[in-house]
Ligand binder design. Sequence first.
Ligand SMILES: [Ca+2]
Length: 334
Amino acid sequence: MLRKPGWHAIPFVLISLANQGCQMPSPGTKSVAVSHDNMVYIKGGTYEMGGDSTLFTDTAPVHKVTITGFWIDKTLVTNADFTAFVNATGYKTTAEQPPNPADFHGVPEAKLKSGSVVFTPPNSKVSLDDVSRWWTYVPGASWQHPEGPGSDISDRMNHPVVHVSHDDAVAYAKWAGKMLPSEAQWEFAARGGLNQKPFAWGDTPPADAKKPRANLFDGIFPTKNTLKDGYARTSPVNAFPPNGYGLYDMAGNCWQWTADFYRSDAYAGHTRKDPVGPAESYDQDEPGITKYVQRGGSFLCSADYCVRYRVAGRGKGARDTGASNVSFRCISLK
Ligand SMILES: [Ca+2]
């Protein structure tokens, strides 16, 4: 019995320390010439965007969309890629910057420490309605220290960069001469040429596949991970089979930021050709927080909770908030 899809988005109250108001771009983020290395050209075409609204009401209606051809990264942006960006620019991510006390009235300044939220699995069964039972704000957690101080990325250079905010992803994309995909571009690429299939690889649910198709949460979320796919957290960006367009991790591993604002009814406003997101975001769960769409699901998605690794599934995240399962990939129009 499929449980009603849960939600991995992190409530504002939990990550308030990670929300730091308007971030000024770091100096020196001059673009490099765009390279098509590690990219695939997606020939333009028309497809049916959206999915089963009985599972996710925000994936309705299924509608025809025509996409102009574009280049897209084969893999998520890795720690090695992000290191090159930071070395070239001196960029500091949102999670590495101290919170502005002006944004946190009533919070003692001593508690305003930079950091990010980290998946911390509980030891015993918990209510799936309370995400604070498996998300912890960890001072010092950042892309370089994914589980906080004491952890590092030295043996994860080919894993996706994590703890990146939307601001961070946009800054990287600009430096690389690229951009973030729209939802419509992302889903067209993720479907890999298949029409209205539930998964990026076709019809077979991950649990029924002979070999793991993606880095998901195997077992009973969030306490019992059987590690059937071999990974409790992130995995190398090419560890699982690519989809029909040669793209890796279009399901699982890490959520992927897109360029589009989140609204549950966004598709009602889509144009037929190259649709973009709404003019402003609105999330009924947390009105007033600017949110962008994330796609693909992550290593925390399971069959009994948050099945948003389905190719039509949509996620959402506050603009200035990353997490230990949030990353991105880029596109280029030329
Ligand atoms: Ca896994």
